[in-house]
Design a protein. Structure first.
Length: 344
């Protein structure tokens, strides 16, 4: 069923190599770069679908509280709940379309994996295959290529390791491929370690991209994928050929860079609780942070209350040296003047 896709993938590797031979030459690095460039080209073509997938996931995150509210409100009326769900999808777009990019990627990645793994030498050959074999070599899958071309790819070497050899390749297979046993094992271990660490980093980026998990079950699933995926790939990586490990090396590095780019452009969305005001867009929030000095704005100060001037009553005084003494002296002078005038 997927044979046409396998054949097209193998043909693309050969076509890319025919261009690289004018730059790199006819050696193992030309075939290795052909694999790397093919993976990069496929990921570049799928990038718009990846962005669409992220937007659909963000839509699901934003609508999650509303969906939960509808399920609780119409839990006894399935028909009404389905009608409200359809209405919600019409308003905000169908979030399930986010699965479409994943479905498109799966056959393409299977094709790359099958073609890379198909260049390994086949164990038992029939009479016809023995006649077509070159120095005893015949690939597991031709994928529409001549035996001579498949043999060139399988015998291409980087650091002394054939692209078709693996860590667990038998001594006979390594002899057919002309590959160094020590060089193959060292290169495979290095590529496996890079594959495991890059897978772990990519999973952490996915968790950061999607934001905090809405429920404990989702959080547990994220942790399992975070630690199990690298271990799973590490165990099976010993059976992958060098060409397949180059495929994983390229696609993981591409994923890391792609995730980094998308996370910076599209920060994770925190679902708003029902009745809460809509969250501030991350871009606007970052602009506001740049305008400020880095410290949160202080609350507005309360209006100043008018000061009450308290007037103190002058204490009754008499004599000099006390407050009010000047007024008493003037009164005494008036009295004396009045007495003198009365005498005349």
């Amino acid at each position: 069923m997927l044979n046409p896709l396998y054949n097209a993938t193998a043909r693309a590797i050969v076509d890319i190599h025919s261009v690289l031979t004018h730059i790199v030459g006819h050696d193992g690095w030309a075939w290795a770069l052909s694999i790397i460039l093919l993976v990069a080209a496929v990921r570049l073509i799928l990038f718009p679908l990846f962005v669409k997938q992220i937007k659909s996931q963000r839509t699901m995150q934003v609508l999650q509280p509303k969906i939960k509210e509808l399920r609780e409100k119409y839990k006894n009326d399935k028909q009404k709940m389905n009608e409200e769900m359809i209405k919600l999808q019409r308003e905000h777009g169908n979030p399930l379309l986010g699965c479409l990019p994943i479905l498109v990627q799966i056959p393409l990645f299977i094709a790359l994996f099958r073609v890379m793994n198909g260049f390994a030498p086949k164990g038992s050959l029939n009479a016809e295959q023995k006649l077509q074999a070159i120095n005893g070599y015949y690939p597991n899958h031709l994928n529409g290529l001549p035996v001579e071309t498949a043999s060139q790819i399988a015998h291409a070497k980087i650091f002394g390791a054939s692209l078709a050899s693996s860590f667990t390749s038998s001594k006979h297979s390594l002899e057919l491929l002309g590959s160094s046993s020590t060089g193959t094992k060292v290169l495979c271990v290095i590529l496996i370690l890079i594959m495991m660490s890059s897978t772990y980093i990519t999973q952490r980026q996915i968790i950061g991209r999607n934001g905090p998990a809405a429920d404990p079950q989702t959080a547990l699933t994220q942790k399992i994928l975070l630690y199990v995926s690298p271990i799973f790939l590490g165990v099976f990586g010993f059976h992958f050929s060098v060409g397949v490990l180059l495929y994983w090396f390229t696609t993981n590095l591409w994923s890391m860079g792609q995730q980094f780019f998308v996370i910076r452009r599209m920060p994770p969305v925190v679902p708003a609780t029902p009745g809460a005001p809509p969250p501030v867009p991350a871009k606007a929030a970052s602009k506001g942070l740049r305008r400020r000095t880095g410290t949160p704005a202080a609350p507005a100060a309360a209006p100043a209350q008018p000061r009450l001037v308290q007037q103190r009553a002058a204490p009754p005084t008499s004599g000099q040296g006390r407050p009010g003494g000047g007024q008493n002296r003037q009164t005494q002078r008036r009295k004396k003047g009045g007495r003198r005038g009365g005498r005349h």
